[in-house]
Write a protein of this length. Structure first.
Length: 480
């Protein structure tokens, strides 16, 4: 069954018909320009609109529905839905499906900005909990079940819990126990599984969320599963959430002109993961293991392996975190050096680390280039630079809900003048897009100092209306 690709087969059959087109898209599958010349004319020919034989994403009853069922089976879920607006639309759909305006939802404070936007759209009230922290590496880990229990004990009106699993750096929470506890207390479990598309397809990976019983999860197949960028999947286990409500929310967040290139890439990626994933990931894990050993033999370099703290429940081995403290370099500096001098693009950087994503397209030659580059960097720097101490930035106090803050009147003032005021915008380093400051939170001096540090490091700061990064939007009025 998993060897089938119903949507991809239907698209190929449609392509063979050479039908005369009086519908959209406007290129009519033949218009040529420098874009089509560069990427290939067949892509233009396959870029088509919804029709009976190709089914309709917003109301699938044919080949898309069949492809959805195959995807659900692959991830041990009751239902699956293709996403062409990325996992962002899946996260928004999850929160709006689980929560009505005013409902309380537990979230770790290091959620992606899409979860904050989901709060704005849904009107749900956030109950933030702090993730565990590795103080040596300066990274956030997963959330502990103890902190979830503590939050539920303080507030019996919790409607849902939102978990990031895995985190960007590969930290995995004890989802099985979290789900068991939450369901015992009639709390819905939502999982941002954007970086866990590969989990079900090798025994060395943690179990995926819907296989463990989570009510919903959103997965970026494009990140580690081999589909095209922007193509993702929303998974549902029926019971606590009405499937019809999920479909209704999806139709609020997703385009009616879904790309068949994106959807068929999901169809084929699923087939590849199920039928070839074990061998692909066995080979990949062997490469990663060899790569880690070589990196950890370089003076001043630490590649995350067993050095993560005992606060960690489990770890995704495909996340290649590299700590540069021993070189006296910040992660931001290392990230820029690798890109500008060695033509190597890492996934992200933070104060102390850089992160690489290992996935199905990797070859050893690329790992070797990164090893050689880091060896040169270790020789060039030798830890002579001053190392920045890790001081955990405390999460700001929530004063106004994200939704109310979003619709409030704001004004722009200089950064230093904003200390003690309430933010009218969310500020983050991208990637990864985790907010340092969320709309409605009180601005602290430590936060302003950190923004100045990020500016010095030439980090990509997004969310600020003032692109000079000298002013910040605050809510008008006084808030105590």
């Amino acid at each position: 069954m998993q060897k089938q690709t119903p949507l991809f087969d239907a698209l190929k059959n449609y392509h063979k018909t050479e039908i005369v087109s009086f519908d959209v898209p406007g290129h009519k599958k033949r218009f040529q320009n420098e874009f089509s010349d560069y990427i290939g004319h067949k892509i233009i020919e396959l870029d088509t609109n919804s029709m009976k034989e190709l089914d309709i994403l917003n109301n699938p009853t044919g080949v898309i529905r069949e492809a959805h069922q195959l995807m659900a089976h692959a991830y041990s879920a009751d239902e699956a839905f293709f996403l062409v607006n990325g996992t962002t639309s899946g996260i928004q759909t999850m929160v709006m499906s689980a929560c009505n305006p005013g409902d309380k939802i537990i979230l770790p404070r290091n959620v992606h900005k899409s979860a904050i936007n989901a709060l704005i759209l849904s009107g749900a009230t956030p109950v933030y909990i702090e993730p565990e922290v590795d103080e040596i590496l300066g990274i956030s880990l997963g959330v502990s079940i103890e902190k979830i229990k503590e939050a539920v004990k303080k507030d019996s009106d919790i409607k849902a819990v939102f978990i990031i699993n895995p985190t960007y750096y590969g930290a995995v929470s004890d989802l099985k126990e979290i789900i068991k506890f939450c369901h015992k207390n009639e709390i819905i479990v939502l999982v941002d599984e954007a970086h866990g598309a590969h989990f079900p397809f090798h025994d060395s990976f943690p179990e995926n969320a819907t296989a463990l019983g989570a009510d919903m999860s959103a997965i970026s197949i494009h990140k580690t599963g081999g589909s095209l960028t922007q193509s993702s999947v929303l998974l549902l286990n029926t019971g606590m959430i009405d499937p019809q409500r999920v479909k209704m929310m999806l139709n609020l967040t997703q385009t009616t002109s879904a790309s068949y290139l994106l959807m068929t890439s999901l169809d084929v990626a699923r087939k590849t993961l199920v039928t070839e994933g074990e061998k692909i990931f066995t080979d990949l894990l062997d490469m990663i293991s060899k790569f880690r050993e070589e990196l950890n033999s370089i003076p001043g370099i630490k590649c995350f392996k067993s050095i993560l703290s005992d606060k960690l429940y489990d770890f995704d081995k495909t996340k290649i975190g590299i700590n540069l403290n021993g070189l006296g370099l910040t992660g931001f500096e290392g990230y820029d050096i690798l890109r500008e001098k060695y033509n190597i693009q890492m996934e992200l950087a933070d104060t102390h680390n850089i992160l690489g994503i290992a996935s199905i397209g990797d070859i050893w030659e690329d790992y070797q280039k990164l090893i050689d580059a880091l060896k040169e960097m270790a020789y060039d720097y030798k830890g002579d630079n001053q190392t920045i101490d890790f001081n955990e930035l405390e999460s700001p106090e929530l004063i106004v809900s994200p939704r109310d803050a979003f619709y409030s009147e704001t004004e722009s003032i200089p950064l230093l003048a904003a200390i003690g005021r309430v933010s009218g915008e969310s500020i983050m380093v991208y990637p990864p897009g985790i907010p340092l400051l969320i709309q409605g939170e009180r601005i602290t001096k430590d936060l302003i100092d950190h923004i100045y540090f990020l500016k010095e490091q030439k980090a990509v700061i997004t969310g600020m209306n003032d692109k000079t990064l000298n002013n910040i939007s605050i809510l008008k009025g006084e808030y105590r």
